[in-house]
Design a protein. Structure first.
Length: 314
């Protein structure tokens, strides 16, 4: 009896090791190898799966033995992490709180889920303690509006290339204007989520400083008072597709306008802060602690930023 038990343990450990190394296990072949029935091998595989299931909660990693006829047997499925580390959760919570992007109720909901469901058990109390004061004193933005469902609908319109009709509350005078646009991206910057879109209406475009279709218009999503995703789709040729990543590097201030190149001199304690703020920035020259920097940016926001920093520019 003892030998039978030891044989089973050795067999299960061997199967476990080979599956972890990426081998495909044929039940019939293994039965012949060990001189047991195919049903015994199936029980071994089930035992290993039970072990994986128990370990998932502790390790945050999901392993599962699956069967694939094309592969010719059982194999270990993709391994992926289901939990973040304590330090990663803490960092994400701090970023969310500092963003002030959501209403208090929504922020508390998101933080509770992150800490409760994504944090390893041994770190929950510490993470909760490290964010509780900031969470208690959290100040939501003045618009106090819920917009995440709206943002999801807009995201689907972007994904499906569908036109969007919206009633938009303008920043300059609070007037509600109607717009029909081609939505192409959702972006976040300094407290707000933005929709980047192209306007088709020639009469509307005439009121803008930049009329060229190459430059999109930017709308704060919380200012979209009403909207409708239309069935009609628009087409963007692959060569002319909107490159969100490239656009994001050049628009740091969420003001519309044309693409421009700026050149300025910076004398301060942290040139890294300027380079991080402007991803396209390059240092052309450094002399006596004064940096000559060039950058490529969209819109007029760069003008206000440079003036607010007292930076000498041209």
């Amino acid at each position: 009896m003892a030998n039978d038990y030891n044989d089973k343990v050795s067999r299960v450990l061997s199967l476990y090791q080979r599956l972890m190394e990426g081998e495909v296990v044929d039940k019939e072949v293994e039965a012949a190898r060990y001189g047991v029935s195919a049903r015994s091998i199936q029980r071994d595989i089930s035992a290993i799966n039970d072990f994986f299931e128990q370990e998932t909660e502790k390790s945050g990693v999901i392993n599962s033995i699956e069967y694939d006829k094309k592969k010719g047997g059982h194999y270990l499925s993709q391994i992926y992490k289901t939990r973040l580390t304590n330090s990663e959760i803490l960092a994400i919570c701090k970023i969310l709180l500092d963003s002030r992007a959501f209403t208090r109720e929504r922020m508390e909901h998101i933080l509770d889920i992150l800490v409760d469901r994504c944090t390893p058990a041994e770190g929950k109390a510490i993470v909760q303690d490290l964010i509780k004061n900031e969470e208690f004193h959290y100040i939501e933005l003045t618009h106090k509006s819920e917009f995440v469902d709206k943002m999801w609908d807009i995201g689907q319109a972007i994904h499906q290339n569908r036109y969007l009709e919206m009633d938009y509350k303008r920043t300059k005078d609070g007037a509600i204007v109607k717009r029909r646009v081609k939505p192409v991206a959702i972006m976040f910057s300094e407290y707000y989520f933005y929709l980047t879109a192209f306007i088709e209406d020639e009469d509307v475009k005439a009121d803008f400083d930049v009329i060229d279709d190459a430059f999109p218009t930017i709308y704060r999503i919380d200012r979209i008072a009403g909207y409708k995703v239309l069935d009609k789709q628009f087409k963007i040729p692959y060569g002319n597709r909107f490159k969100e990543g490239e656009f994001r590097k050049r628009i740091q201030f969420m003001y519309g306008g044309k693409l421009q190149k700026v050149k300025f001199k910076y004398k301060g304690t942290s040139v890294e802060a300027v380079l991080d703020r402007l991803p396209t920035a390059k240092i052309l020259e450094e002399k006596d602690g004064v940096y000559t920097i060039s950058a490529e940016v969209f819109g007029k926001g760069i003008d206000m930023w440079l003036r607010s920093k007292g930076i000498w520019w041209k």
